[in-house]
Design a binder for this molecule. Structure first.
Ligand code: PMP
Length: 344
């Protein structure tokens, strides 16, 4: 890895972050709050939330076995994706490398930030092209995007290969683990201290069942996590999100992950036996990627039956493919009935 100072944009290195009213009070015992131009009449949300989200960070750090200072919380992982470009990539000058196909926001956020995105196709059966990824980087490459388990392919990459990429890549590696709770392995959080250039993204949108809350997490070495804290909007998480997350996370993840994993096995077997399905790709996520001879027609047939899946046939590397999220057993059965009845 290059020294962090070389990787961070000069304007971010020099940034003096906005100081909120609450940042400026030193913590004496206050019972009259007249510093932030808030409305004094209590309706549950009349006060600004903690801009540093200390309580929720403490709770998440304890849950994940990391230090509070290694945690950034954002408005979904999508906020952390955008901020990674803003922190490390100078528009019109720097570039990023990513696998392809993968989650679409890495490219959209690159385009928004005027950053060249170099996409490296996955290998046979969606394997990780380690050497090609390293080869695609040059002295202006700041970020390498990995997603494991990967969306939309569903496979997780071998930890040994991910580790090699993190060690050999000179910039920051962002490893998106949005689906890690559905996978067999535990991911890279336990190894965060090994890699000063690693940023792990996770979210409560999937296994925790809180996509509506908009809470994403980035975990990184303290100096990197601190940079995310500097560039975010002061109140990027609202009071309702903070309160609900605190309560829901305390309740534990519950049995739904195991149910979804069980359904994933059952649905994969049923799809593999369906006449119109040519291939069900192995999945470590809460969805299955399947290949069929006519993805558009099967997609339309499912819509006629009131079932929506994601048509990925126009994504390079996913020709003929639909991505099917694992639902409840009843929902999966409705989808399977249509697939079984479908004739090419
Ligand atoms: N990363 C991946 C790989 C995803 O598939 C998604 C959502 N589909 C996200 C991140 C976005 O997560 P969030 O809801 O936390 O913004």
């Amino acid at each position: 890895m290059k020294p962090l100072e070389e990787l961070v944009r000069p304007c971010i290195r020099a940034l003096k972050p906005y100081s909120t009213a609450r940042d400026e009070y030193a913590g004496g015992v206050i019972s009259v709050w007249l510093d932030a131009n808030e409305n004094p009449f209590d309706n549950g949300i009349n006060r600004y939330p903690d801009p540093h989200q200390r309580q929720l960070k403490r709770q998440i750090a304890a849950m994940k076995g990391v230090r509070e200072e290694q945690v950034f919380l954002g408005n979904g992982s999508d906020e952390a994706i955008d901020l990674a470009y803003r922190i490390f990539c100078t528009p019109g000058r720097d570039n990023a490398v990513a696998i392809s196909p993968t989650y679409g926001m890495y490219r959209v956020a690159a385009d928004m930030n005027d950053i060249e995105m170099r996409e490296v196709p996955l290998g046979r059966d969606f394997s990780l092209p380690v050497e090609a990824l390293l080869g695609a980087a040059d002295s202006r490459t700041k970020l390498l995007w990995l997603c494991s388990p990967n969306n939309p392919t569903g496979n997780a990459f071998p930890a040994e290969e991910i580790g090699r990429l993190i060690r050999q890549f000179e910039g920051m590696v962002v490893l998106d683990e949005a689906y890690i709770d559905f996978a067999d392995g535990e991911g890279f959080l336990p190894r965060l201290d090994e890699f000063p250039n690693l940023i792990v993204l996770q979210t409560v949108s999937k296994a925790w069942g809180m996509a509506g809350l908009r809470l994403g997490m980035a975990f990184a070495a303290e100096p990197v996590a601190e940079l995310f804290g500097r560039v975010k909007y002061p109140y990027n998480l609202n009071a309702l999100t903070l309160r609900t997350a605190t309560r829901q996370l305390a309740g534990g993840i519950g049995p739904c992950v195991e149910m979804i994993r069980r359904e994933r096995r059952r649905v994969a077997e049923a799809l593999a036996a369906a006449a119109c399905i040519e291939r069900v790709y192995p999945s470590q996520a809460n969805f299955l990627l399947v290949r069929t001879a006519d993805a558009d027609r099967l997609y339309e047939a499912l819509i006629r039956a009131g079932v929506i899946v994601r048509n990925r046939t126009r994504v390079a590397g996913c020709e003929g493919c639909l991505r099917i999220t694992i639902g409840t057993p009843e929902e999966n059965d409705r989808m399977l009935n249509t697939v079984n009845d479908f004739r090419l």
